[in-house]
Design a protein around this ligand. Structure first.
Ligand SMILES: Cc1cc2nc3c(=O)[nH]c(=O)nc-3n(C[C@H](O)[C@H](O)[C@H](O)COP(=O)(O)OP(=O)(O)OC[C@H]3O[C@@H](n4cnc5c(N)ncnc54)[C@H](O)[C@@H]3O)c2cc1C
Length: 472
């Protein structure tokens, strides 16, 4: 009988106080954030429990059309990736269903005849709320696994970190321990038949877009034609990055006209690839230690600092009040400074500002659901410069971020937008409007990148998306 290994034990926590069911027909896993079957700690944990109890494993995903902030863009990416999950689970002898309904309703049904219910962790407010509700109502033992970070968020640090400087040594002390591959656990009892059926409307993700077209989808930005989703596409993106861009990650990463970054954020956002897989493959393929350090600084330190932010500031991680006091004080002192422009939110969204580089950034976001990291910084800083108040600026930046980005509604969204307003940063020389929050200006952008080359690159990406049938 296989048992979960010790490093992986540290990812798991019991929720609620119900015991395991003794006359059970399966072990159940409600997959949510961690939508993959490779290097998937929650799946492997559930598989190990199934072997311990001599039961088959069943897995379900809830497709919830009322999920906060869901758009046709993100629904298509999330749903598209389930095709790889379905085939991965079929190969391993695991019954899999995608049920239409909210995750508590699906989870309760899934748990009905299960010995225990495994969940993967979600740290955002609504994700925590439904997990807690489900743990109270499932009527059976519930275990949650922190599966989409290298170092489990509660272990990385026990406090709300204010800067990467203090978080970095804490997380790095533990990285090695969590870099060992996870699974696969071979299931001793295979069963591809859900027992009993969920008794909810189910969809087959192997039917792809046709199946999604039959489901209710909220309105909003259309799907991205040039962004294939799923674990296979994620692995191909890792390979392209390691082969073609990793070597120039350090000199070119900050240059939006020479994209040298991985493009992995949507795959990480939807759990279609494990950050551990990416880190391990990067380590094996690193051109040199400097490139590896720079990449892992983003993938592990910066990304997991975002998770620390949402975990330790659960009520305010996405609110102006969640920004550091020094930043709010200096922005307050400059709230009456004259603004160089005051575009409305509609003008921002349509890319009708006096700044052609900013407009190109907004156009690329709308068309492709993505944007280079340096341009995200510039984009957010200019919204601060152009908003009637810093509070409104922050709220607008977040609304646009979460509406248009494929990787939006992620801990990185709240830390990224927060950063533009002083989060995880320090005071800089004082400027109009920004006070001592770091400013970014068109002049600074021109020194960083060749603006014409950047605008050509933006047009090229938008054309590519349109030729592939994109409607953004
Ligand atoms: C205003 C603003 C808004 C942002 N909104 C989001 C968002 O909604 N979703 C999102 O995933 N990221 C967001 N970021 C962080 C970052 O810009 C993106 O993660 C990055 O551009 C994704 O591109 P990549 O995968 O090619 O990154 P790479 O450079 O290849 O990095 C690899 C991975 O490391 C992580 N990473 C990289 N940069 C950062 C960073 N600065 N902070 C935290 N993690 C990072 C990402 O998971 C990324 O996929 C935002 C940053 C800013 C300044």
């Amino acid at each position: 009988m296989s048992r979960p290994d010790r490093a992986q034990d540290a990812r798991s926590e019991r929720r609620g106080d119900a015991p395991e069911r003794s006359d059970a027909r399966s072990v159940a896993y409600l997959m949510d954030r961690s939508r993959r079957t490779v290097d998937a700690p929650a799946l492997e944990r559930a598989a190990a429990h199934a072997n311990r109890l001599g039961l088959p494993l069943r897995v379900a995903v809830a497709y919830d059309p009322d999920e906060p902030g869901l758009t046709p863009r993100t629904a298509a990416f999330a749903f598209g990736g389930l095709r790889d999950v379905a085939s991965g689970l079929a190969r391993r002898g695991v019954a899999f269903e995608v049920a239409v309904g909210d995750p508590v309703a699906v989870g309760v049904r899934l748990a009905r005849h299960a010995a225990l219910l495994v969940l993967d962790a979600g740290h955002l407010r609504h994700e925590r709320a439904w997990r807690e509700r489900l743990a109270r109502t499932a009527g059976v033992a519930v275990e949650e696994v922190d599966a989409d970070v290298v170092v489990p968020v509660r272990l990385a640090s026990d406090r709300h970190e204010t800067a990467a400087r203090t978080f970095r040594p804490r997380v790095w002390r533990q990285v090695e321990r969590f870099l060992a591959p996870v699974g696969p656990v071979t299931l001793e009892r295979r069963s591809d038949r859900p027992d009993p059926p969920l008794d909810l409307p189910v969809v087959d993700p192997r039917e792809g877009a046709a199946a999604l077209a039959r489901l209710p989808v909220p309105s909003g930005p259309p799907p991205i034609a040039t962004a294939p989703s799923g674990t296979r596409a994620a692995n191909a993106a890792v390979r392209r990055f390691l082969d073609d861009r990793f070597g120039r990650y350090v000199p070119d990463r900050q240059r939006p006209d020479r994209d040298a970054s991985s493009g992995l954020s949507p795959y990480l956002r939807f759990g279609q690839i494990s950050p551990r897989t990416v880190a391990a493959r990067a380590r094996d393929a690193a051109p040199d230690a400097t490139a590896l350090d720079a990449f892992l600084e983003q993938l592990i330190v910066r990304r997991e600092l975002s998770f620390n932010h949402v975990l330790f500031a659960p009520d305010v991680y996405d609110r102006y009040e969640g920004l550091p006091a020094w930043a709010r004080a200096t922005l307050d002192a400059h709230r009456h400074d004259p603004r160089e422009a005051l575009p409305s939110e509609e003008e921002l969204e349509e890319g009708r500002t006096p700044d052609p580089d900013w407009n190109a950034a907004m156009a690329i976001m709308r068309a492709t659901g993505g944007l280079h990291n340096h341009m995200r910084m510039y984009w957010a800083k200019r919204i601060l410069a152009w908003s009637p108040s810093p509070e409104e600026g922050h709220a607008r930046t977040l609304r646009l971020n979460d509406r248009w980005f494929l990787d939006g509604r992620d801990p990185n969204s709240y830390a990224g937008v927060g950063w533009a307003y002083g989060l995880h940063d320090r005071p800089w020389p004082e400027r109009a409007v920004f006070g001592t929050v770091r400013s970014m200006t068109p002049g600074g952008l021109a020194r960083k990148a060749d603006p014409e080359a950047w605008r050509r690159e933006a047009e090229r990406r938008i054309d590519e998306e349109r030729s592939a049938g994109g409607r953004g």
